[in-house]
Design a protein around this ligand. Structure first.
Ligand code: GTP
Ligand code: MG
Length: 221
């Protein structure tokens, strides 16, 4: 009984901070994209590829990892602002960690903020960070059944990116079955097939991001 109470309190506190984060982002016209996937699905590689299409002064990346600042270093090496949150064992980011990261960063000129969540297909889906969109990334090497085995993250997402399309033939990925599983848990969810290696699908993804930015700008006026 007490466990349930504690969990509720944690989520309630998180949601209060998330509301404040969302107000802050709205006031400042910053579109916020929370990237969620299992470890190794390709979040950072896809971000690296995406950043090639974007303007460094307008973008910031918050990286969440259990240990090490390797992902933030990869982003900073491309000339983009990056903040690393190390959770020291924590399996997800929460709204308080995002607030603290923002307080320590220079957000001037930023209109697009990516949050790369801790690699985990379960816990991150439960925490509102104040983002505009959760984007779930799955990869062909994980198999077609992940949407039905980990439905919440697909239910919460505004967009699904299916990465590692270059490997689809090698692992005999069944795209039709995958689509059926995604839409069984989230009818109508848009799926963009991408490959961070070859660049497949990048224009459609960058276009989607641009619309998210325009929507945020309009809402903040
Ligand atoms: N073939 C292929 N490999 C990819 C693709 N995207 C990522 N990879 C590889 O997958 C591995 C993991 O990629 P990362 O980008 O580090 O994955 P991540 O989701 O950021 O991992 P965590 O941050 O640890 O959760 C690396 O070896 C990448 O080179 C892709 O589209 N095709
Ligand atoms: Mg990563």
């Amino acid at each position: 009984m007490s466990v349930i109470t504690v969990e509720r309190r944690i989520l309630q506190k998180n949601d209060e901070i998330a509301v404040a984060n969302r107000h802050y982002f709205l006031r400042n016209g910053i579109a916020v994209i929370n990237l969620l996937s299992s470890p190794g699905a390709g979040k950072t590689t896809l971000l690296e590829r995406t950043l090639q299409h974007l303007d460094p002064p307008t973008v910031m990346v918050i990286e969440g990892d259990v240990q090490t600042d390797r992902d933030a270093q990869r982003i900073a090496a491309l000339g983009f602002r990056a903040v690393q949150i190390v959770t020291h064992g924590g399996c997800h980011l929460d709204a308080g960690l995002i607030r603290d990261a923002m307080n320590s960063a220079d957000l001037s000129g930023v209109s697009l903020l990516f949050i790369e969540n801790v690699g985990n297909l379960v816990c991150p889906a439960c925490f509102d960070l104040g983002e505009d969109h959760k984007v779930v990334i799955s990869s062909t090497t994980e198999g077609e059944d992940k949407p039905i085995k980990y439905p919440r993250v697909f239910r919460e997402a505004s967009l699904c990116l299916l990465n590692k399309m270059d490997l689809a033939p090698v692992v005999e990925f069944d795209q039709e079955a995958y689509g059926k599983h995604v839409h069984a848990v989230h009818p109508g969810l848009e799926i963009i097939n991408v490959s961070a290696k070859t660049g497949q699908g990048l224009p459609a993804w960058v276009d989607w991001l641009s619309h998210a930015q325009q929507d945020k700008l309009r809402a903040s006026r």
